[in-house]
Design a protein around this ligand. Structure first.
Ligand SMILES: NC(=O)c1ccc[n+]([C@@H]2O[C@H](COP(=O)([O-])OP(=O)(O)OC[C@H]3O[C@@H](n4cnc5c(N)ncnc54)[C@H](OP(=O)(O)O)[C@@H]3O)[C@@H](O)[C@H]2O)c1
Length: 262
């Protein structure tokens, strides 16, 4: 059984260590959200990913409280919508209240605002919250490397993380190398949703290791240094998506899965 300490971490600029397996919460609402997040925390996940847009920050906060875990033992990410540029401080206060916490581990711009100037404005608001200690690290989501470079040039501070759509069919070695050169951590989202789990490439590799295709896909991300945040409302899947450390892919298997890129 995987224990929280088995999960590798990525060290972010603040020195905080982000567990490379987190629990995604998009589409989870109300009682189901609270139950699923609590189940994930009981399973051993110590990283939860939410967003104001998911309308479940309160349920995530309740689950954190239900778990009885110390706040410092769980890595909490939320995101701000680009349309909230200009009122980020208010939005952050609401997120903190809903989550029942005094600080965030990671705060992300959910997707790039329409204009470069709005993007820079919002980024400066995130940096202000970071400087005040309300947020340990700040980052972005759905940004291109060019958009990231613009933020870095204009503010002198680069995002710690970029959370992007990922999976075997979206594999792009150039994108990964670009983030690695800049020392920006990549989080992959919709990793399972983006993947045909019945693909024979995956089922054969899964059978060779006695695991599921979903576990193969998630393990493939980790071996590329990409943090994963699978979502599930089913306890058996919540458990198996976390159980990624009893096997390793061979270099040949890793390369075969890379070859699923379209
Ligand atoms: N930054 C962004 O713009 C952005 C966008 C999308 C997502 N995200 C984040 O990334 C997280 C993950 O992405 P996602 O929720 O879109 O997709 P995902 O985690 O890749 O896939 C979730 C779907 O796969 C199913 N599933 C989960 N485990 C499975 C398994 N072991 N075998 C088969 N099916 C399985 C789930 O169904 P059940 O629940 O029925 O198990 C659900 O339908 C989100 O929850 C959210 O936190 C961020």
């Amino acid at each position: 059984m995987t224990k929280p300490g088995d999960v590798p971490t990525v060290t972010l600029p603040s020195g905080a260590r982000m567990p490379m397996v987190g629990f995604g919460t998009w589409k989870l609402r109300g009682r189901e959200a609270r139950q699923a997040v609590l189940e994930a925390l009981r399973t051993g996940y110590r990283h939860v990913d939410t967003a104001t847009m998911y309308a479940n920050e309160s349920e995530v906060g309740l689950a954190l409280a239900d778990s009885g875990l110390q706040r410092s033992s769980v890595f909490v990410t939320t995101k701000i919508r680009p349309s909230d540029a200009g009122r980020a401080r208010q939005v952050l206060q609401a997120s903190l209240r809903a989550l029942g916490t005094e600080y965030l581990d990671l705060w992300l711009v959910h997707w790039p605002p329409r204009s470069t100037s709005e993007g820079r404005q919002l980024w400066s608001e995130l940096l202000a919250a970071h400087a005040e200690g309300l947020v340990r690290d700040v980052g972005v989501s759905n940004y291109s490397l060019a958009q990231i470079d613009d933020l870095t040039r204009s503010s002198g501070q680069q995002p710690a993380v970029n959370q992007i759509d990922w999976g075997p069919t979206l594999y792009d070695a150039g994108v990964l190398a670009g983030h690695a050169e800049r020392a920006i951590a990549v989080e992959g989202y919709s990793s399972l949703k983006n993947t045909r789990l019945g693909d024979p490439v995956l089922t054969q590799i899964a059978a060779a290791h006695g695991v599921t295709p979903a576990q193969v896909v998630l393990r493939w991300h980790l071996e590329h240094g990409i943090t994963v945040i699978p979502k599930s409302s089913h306890p058996d899947r919540i458990a198996s998506n976390f159980d990624l450390f009893s096997f390793a892919l061979t270099n040949a298997e890793q390369a075969t899965i890379d070859g699923m890129a379209r």
